[in-house]
Every structure is written in structure tokens, then in C-alpha cells.
Design a protein around this ligand. Structure first.
Ligand SMILES: [Fe+2]
Length: 132
């Protein structure tokens, strides 16, 4: 997964956090693909989860600061994603790494992130710009 200009939301802080988030997702994918042990995968999953929580709260602070009209909706989407990450984490703990988990990681993390950034976060970025 790669950050490209097309994922830019037009806000420096958010963009730099998205880059870091993508790096963390890649760490998870790499650990899965290299068939690293469960412990290592649980470790990178924890880094990802912690960073996701940190990033979402920064984004939510920004939305609040600029009184983003769809704040509640966006926050709910964030909460749902955290739940998904937690479920994935549980599944990995139970089943270990197999092909279906790797596919799920891709779908849950990569697809979700690209979709969320290019739709919802871009709307936030545009709104903030219009308020500045
Ligand atoms: Fe977001």
C-alpha cells in the first residue's frame, strides 16, 4: 500500500499521519507475508491499533475545531473501524496467520483505508480549507 498525491486531503497534519498509518498497515502485511510468528504479528497489530486511535482522535479534534457538520457520522465510522481492527486482532490470536486472514487483512485495512481517505477524509480536508 502506497501513499500517493491522489490520497492527499489537503491538510499537512492529516496527510503526514495517513503516511504513518499506511506504513503501519504495511508492517502488518509484511509480517503476515513473511509468516512471522504470532507474537510479532500481534506486536505490529498493536502498533497499528494504537496509532489508529491516536490519528482518529487528532482528526476528530480538527473536525471539532472547525465545526465539521458531519462530525458525529465521521466519528462513528472511525469507531466502527477500530472495532474491525479489534475483531481482526482476535481472529489472528485464535487462528494464527493463514491465507484467509491475509485476505481479510487486505480487505479490512487496505481497502477500508483507501476508501475512507479518498471519500470521507477528503471531504473534511475540503471543508477545513473552505473555513480558513
Ligand atoms: Fe477519518
Amino acid at each position: 500500500m502506497k501513499w500517493t498525491e491522489s490520497l492527499s486531503v489537503g491538510n499537512e497534519l492529516v496527510d503526514s499521519q495517513h503516511k504513518e498509518l499506511i506504513k503501519k498497515v504495511n508492517d502488518v502485511l509484511e509480517a503476515c507475508n513473511q509468516k512471522k510468528g504470532k507474537e510479532k504479528i500481534e506486536e505490529v497489530m498493536k502498533f497499528l491499533k494504537d496509532y489508529t486511535i491516536e490519528h482518529f482522535s487528532a482528526e476528530e479534534d480538527l473536525m471539532k475545531k472547525y465545526q465539521y457538520p458531519s462530525y458525529e457520522e465521521h466519528k462513528k465510522i472511525h469507531e466502527d473501524f477500530i472495532k474491525k481492527v479489534e475483531e481482526l486482532d482476535e481472529k489472528i490470536k485464535k487462528e494464527g496467520i493463514n491465507l484467509s486472514i491475509i485476505m481479510l487483512v487486505n480487505k479490512t485495512l487496505v481497502d477500508w483505508l483507501i476508501n475512507h481517505i479518498s471519500k470521507e477524509d477528503k471531504k473534511v480536508g475540503e471543508y477545513i480549507k473552505s473555513q480558513m
